[in-house]
Design a protein around this ligand. Structure first.
Ligand code: TMP
Length: 239
């Protein structure tokens, strides 16, 4: 598959067109950013770890019947994906309180959320990805009511599959963010699932194994991502 022109450069990935209009190549870079781009760094191996991690998770979700944009790994830092028309609304599920929920509502970190909460955020760097609701998303033309309902159902399905998967590796899936797009009229999971876009804690010690290590300056960021991968049985030397 030929990598053609650079379509878009995100904070951690670059997107290229290919000779097939239905397919794109994502390049996972070693760039890390937090606080809406205020804190940035280069983290050796992060691109490769996240690419292989994401491929493993996307395959697990496909096995569970959830359609994703993942097609195939090209090399350790590149993946071939379906070209989706992205919906600019991020879906977040929280099983335990952390991050912005604690700041917003004054809730203690780690509080169990029963049932898990579902939130929407408008994907807009200039606005700092503000929280939005369903009626705003519909009225502003970002998604239809039907699309939002499908995204919600799919995000809860992903939560079930991945909560079980991480549990088997002795980890708690605290929260995560998903992005969806439209591919030939179907809602399909896009972007990535990696420790950059979720919170994972060791079940016993509650050690943070995700991007909060970078946000909070805890160190050993990529080492923690590699630990998560190893616990799931992902072979980081697989390609
Ligand atoms: P938050 O606590 O900052 O709202 O984030 C909740 C979860 O969603 C956390 O795992 C980080 C992830 N997330 C992103 O990766 N990118 C985003 O733009 C947002 C809003 C959340």
């Amino acid at each position: 598959m030929l990598k053609n022109t650079l379509l878009y450069t995100g904070k951690a990935k670059s997107v290229y067109t290919t000779d097939n209009p239905d397919l794109l190549i994502l390049v996972f870079r070693d760039d890390a950013s937090a606080f809406n781009g205020e804190k940035i760094a280069q983290l050796d191996r992060k691109g490769k770890v996240n690419n292989l991690f994401n491929a493993f998770i996307m395959e697990k979700l496909a096995e569970a019947g959830i359609e994703t944009h993942f097609e195939k790994l090209i090399n350790p830092s590149e993946v071939l994906v379906k070209r989706l028309d992205m919906i600019p609304v991020e879906c977040v599920i929280r099983n335990y309180a952390a991050g912005s929920l604690c700041r917003r509502l004054g809730v203690e970190e780690g509080k169990v959320l029963t049932p898990p909460t579902f939130e929407l955020f408008f994907k807009d760097d200039a606005l700092g990805d503000p929280m939005v609701n369903e009626s705003q998303s519909i009225a502003l033309g970002w998604a239809t009511a039907e699309q939002l309902e499908q995204m919600k159902v799919l995000t809860y399905q992903v939560n079930q599959v991945l909560t079980d998967l991480f549990e088997q590796g002795g980890m708690l899936l605290v929260d995560f963010k998903l992005e969806f797009g439209v591919f030939h009229d179907r809602i399909v999971l896009g972007d990535e699932f990696s420790p950059d876009g979720c919170r994972l804690w060791d079940k016993e010690t509650k050690k943070k194994l995700d991007k909060d290590r970078f946000r909070q300056g805890l160190g050993d960021v990529v080492e923690a991502y590699e630990e998560v991968a190893t616990r799931l049985g992902i072979n980081l030397d697989s390609i």
